[in-house]
Design a protein around this ligand. Structure first.
Ligand SMILES: [Zn+2]
Length: 312
C-alpha cells in the first residue's frame, strides 16, 4: 500500500515510469490480490472476509502528507483527494494479514518524514511523525489482543535537525533571529490544543517551535511554516548548481542562508548518528543498549522462528 503507481504500469501506459512492458498490476491481480486505489475501495475490500491479499496504489508518485491532506488541501491533494491515512492503511493491513493462520510480517514506513526533511520542511515532517506515532498505537492495539506479536519501531537514518527554542513574533528585534528564545527564555509554544487525532490544528501561531537544520544548500530561512505547499529551498541554475529559491525572498523576515553542502546538492541530506529502536512483545527483551543494525535482522528472524535462535 502506498504511492508509486507509476512504477507498476508498463512503459506504454500514460504516466509510466517503467523502462519495460511489465504490467505489475495485472500480475498482482492474477495472483489473487484485490487492487484498490482509494481509501473507500481499500476499506470495502478489507471488509470482505475473502480478501486475503491486497495491493493498494493510491498515487502515481509520492502520497501527500498529513499537513496537506488533512489541513491545507495543498500539494497534489486536489488531484488525489481520496488518499488513505497511514493509520487506516495499518489497520487495514492488519485486518487482511491476520486472516493468515501462519502469521505475517508487516513493514510500515512513514516515508514522508524523510521526504519532507530533505527539503528542510520540518513542520510537515513532524506532522507525519505524529501520524507514525498513531500508526504504532494502532499496531499495539492489535498486538494487545494477543501474545504472539513483536513490534519493532526504528529509523533507517536521521536528518540533522534540532529543536533549539521558540520563535516569538511579539518579541521586538531587528531581525527574525532576535525573536528566538533559547534556554530559559524559550517558554512554551502557543499551538492550539491537539485535535482528536493528536495534531495541532494550526502551525502559523505567534510563538512556534524553533527547529533548524545542520546541512543545507543555499536557501531563504523564513522562520515560518510553509502553508502554500511543501518547501522548495533551492532551484537549479543554468550552470547546474543549486541556488536559493527566490520564491521565498520576499517573505517578511526571510534571510539568505549560505549553504554548507556542495553546490550540486538541491536539498538536505541524511545524517550518521545512532537512531532509536524500541520493541514490545515476544523477543523484545533482546532489544537493549547498543545494537548493530544487522542484529535487528536476527531479532526478526528469531521472532519468525527461522532456524535456531542465534546466541549473543
Ligand atoms: Zn532520504
Amino acid at each position: 500500500m502506498g504511492g508509486g503507481a507509476a512504477h507498476f504500469i508498463p512503459r506504454s501506459a500514460p504516466g509510466s515510469r517503467r523502462k519495460d512492458d511489465i504490467d505489475y498490476i495485472a500480475k498482482f491481480r492474477g495472483s489473487g490480490h484485490a487492487i484498490v486505489t482509494t481509501e473507500r475501495e481499500m476499506k470495502t475490500a478489507a471488509a470482505d472476509p475473502a480478501t486475503r491479499k491486497m495491493l493498494g496504489l493510491f498515487h502515481p508518485g509520492n502520497m501527500d502528507g498529513v499537513l496537506d491532506r488533512k489541513f491545507l488541501k495543498q500539494g497534489t491533494v486536489p488531484s488525489f483527494p481520496e488518499q488513505p491515512d497511514l493509520v487506516d492503511m495499518v489497520r487495514t493491513a492488519l485486518t487482511v494479514l491476520a486472516r493468515n493462520d501462519d502469521g505475517f510480517v508487516l513493514m510500515v514506513e512513514s516515508g514522508l518524514i524523510d521526504k519532507y526533511s530533505h527539503p528542510l520542511d520540518w513542520e510537515r515532517a513532524v506532522m507525519d511523525t505524529i501520524m507514525l506515532d498513531r500508526a504504532v498505537a494502532a499496531a499495539k492495539e492489535f498486538a494487545g489482543t494477543r501474545n504472539d506479536t513483536l513490534i519493532l519501531v526504528t529509523a533507517d537514518h536521521g536528518h540533522g535537525l534540532s529543536l533549539v527554542g521558540t520563535i516569538d513574533d511579539t518579541v521586538p528585534g531587528r531581525e527574525m533571529r532576535d525573536k528566538i528564545g533559547v534556554h530559559e527564555k524559550a517558554g512554551y509554544p502557543n499551538y492550539p490544543p491537539a485535535n482528536d487525532e493528536g495534531y495541532p490544528t494550526r502551525l502559523d501561531v505567534s510563538r512556534r517551535l524553533a527547529v533548524f537544520f545542520a546541512a543545507f544548500p543555499d536557501y531563504y530561512e523564513t522562520y515560518h511554516p510553509k502553508l502554500d505547499g511543501p518547501f522548495v529551498p533551492a532551484v537549479v541554475a543554468p550552470d547546474k548548481s543549486y541556488v536559493a529559491n527566490e520564491k521565498y525572498r520576499d517573505t517578511p523576515g526571510a534571510v539568505l542562508r549560505a549553504g554548507n553542502l556542495p553546490h550540486s546538492a538541491p536539498q538536505g541530506v541524511h545524517s550518521g548518528e545512532d537512531v532509536i529502536l524500541t520493541a514490545s512483545g515476544p523477543g523484545a527483551e533482546r532489544v537493549r543498549g547498543f545494537l548493530d543494525n544487522t542484529d535487528v535482522f536476527r531479532v526478526i528472524a528469531d521472532a519468525l522462528g527461522l532456524g535456531a535462535p542465534t546466541a549473543r
